[in-house]
Design a protein around this ligand. Structure first.
Ligand SMILES: Nc1ncnc2c1ncn2[C@@H]1O[C@H](COP(=O)(O)OP(=O)(O)OP(=O)(O)O)[C@@H](O)[C@H]1O
Ligand SMILES: [Mg+2]
Length: 355
């Protein structure tokens, strides 16, 4: 039981918890000794569908499953979406065994699909913009410059305005052009810690000058097969968002972490191969969190809550991570926002040839 990664608890006829495995102790964040002194309803949210499920299993004597149930409580840190499997224990009447399966892996796949779609829609838009906007703009700009030669001083400020605004639009279109760039990128084994150090140095000598950085690195992490400049872009965008979320808060803090998690395996949509994404890189901040209504569209282009934001930062991050065969996800609540990038491992020269 303790070897299982999923929380398992056994509940007696009077709802007392009689047994729990290590994963269950971790899930409820209390030890078995404490669990065993309480009844099930004390550990799940009020009105949780888990309790009627247990009743149903006792009444029917048959196993029941329910999917996507939120077992989050203030005690275990908010939202915890799980699949619940409840089965009767035939040798002890009234006893049931409950297994919880956290949804994160399945959800990662769903979300990954939506991010791919988002990146595709920008790609088409970006190549359209490049043709339909940049060319006429250079004409407008040139005309304004010609007018400037013969304009009075008063009018000159207007021609300046035209050229400045045209430049601003060109800059925006340039930022989007990265999306339509379909050329294969050069990849090589990259030391992620060197990338994160570089990003941290850039950040703390510029936009994040007042913010404390905490680094928790796994020094034994193998290299990742990636384009170094693009990875810098990814973490720069994430750290910039974290810094903007933290703002001027005196206790503002950004955490950069790396870890090896061999357990994360995903089925690639539309195929039967399972890929392993064991390299985990996180950017965490203690800002106010992502507004809840933004969550489903977080990685879409032009989604922004900032007066001067373009909303392209995270869309670009999702595209680059996706191009590298990885996924990105976000968990957010006030004072605890995590952007987690999962990447495949570099397995030597064989990988390099394929790319
Ligand atoms: N760490 C974070 N904490 C809270 N909200 C965040 C965080 N990161 C992103 N967001 C929210 O997601 C939105 C989209 O982020 P994104 O980086 O794509 O665009 P932006 O930062 O608004 O603009 P740009 O990146 O072009 O400056 C942000 O406007 C913000 O509301
Ligand atoms: Mg941003």
């Amino acid at each position: 039981m303790n070897a299982l990664p999923h929380p398992v608890v056994t509940v007696a006829a009077d709802d007392r918890i009689v047994d729990a495995n290590v994963a269950a102790e971790a899930f409820f964040e209390v030890s078995l000794a404490v669990l065993a002194r309480h009844r099930l309803h004390e550990f799940v949210p009020f009105g949780s569908p888990l309790l009627p499920l247990v009743e149903q299993v006792r009444a029917r004597g048959a196993a029941v499953n329910e999917y996507r149930v939120d077992l989050g409580t203030p005690r275990n840190g908010g939202e915890r979406i799980v699949d619940i499997h409840v089965a009767p224990l035939s040798e002890s009447p009234g006893h049931v065994v409950i297994m919880l399966q956290e949804r994160t892996i399945a959800d990662k796949m769903d979300r990954q699909l939506t991010h791919r779609g988002a990146a595709r829609s920008v790609t088409a838009l970006a190549s359209m913009l490049a043709h339909e906007i940049k060319n006429p703009l250079s004409g407008i700009r040139g005309a304004a410059q010609l007018l400037e030669l013969s304009a009075s001083d008063d009018d000159r400020s207007l021609t300046r305005l035209i050229t400045d605004e045209a430049d601003r639009i060109v800059k925006l279109v340039d930022r989007m052009e990265v999306f339509s760039d379909e050329r294969p990128v050069d990849r090589a084994p990259v030391n992620i810690h060197a990338v994160l150090e570089h990003v941290r140095t850039l950040a703390s000598s510029g936009f994040a000058r007042h913010i404390r950085f905490v680094e928790e690195y796994d020094p034994s992490l193998p290299p990742v097969l990636a384009n170094r400049d693009q990875l810098v872009q990814v973490f720069l965008n994430l750290v910039k968002n974290a810094a903007e979320a933290v703002g001027d808060a005196p206790d503002g803090e950004i955490q950069l972490t790396t870890a090896f998690r061999p357990g994360v395996r995903l089925t690639v949509p539309g195929s039967t191969t399972r890929v392993s994404l064991p390299l985990e890189f996180c950017v965490k901040d203690n800002g106010p969190g992502v507004p809840e209504d933004l969550m489903p569209h977080l990685f879409d282009p032009f989604v922004t809550t900032k007066p001067t934001g373009t909303g392209l930062g995270l869309a670009l991050v999702a595209k680059i991570v996706g191009d590298h065969g990885g996924i990105i996800e976000c968990d957010s609540q006030p004072r605890r926002t995590t952007f987690r990038v999962l990447m495949p491992m570099y397995r030597g020269a064989r990988d390099a040839e394929h790319n």
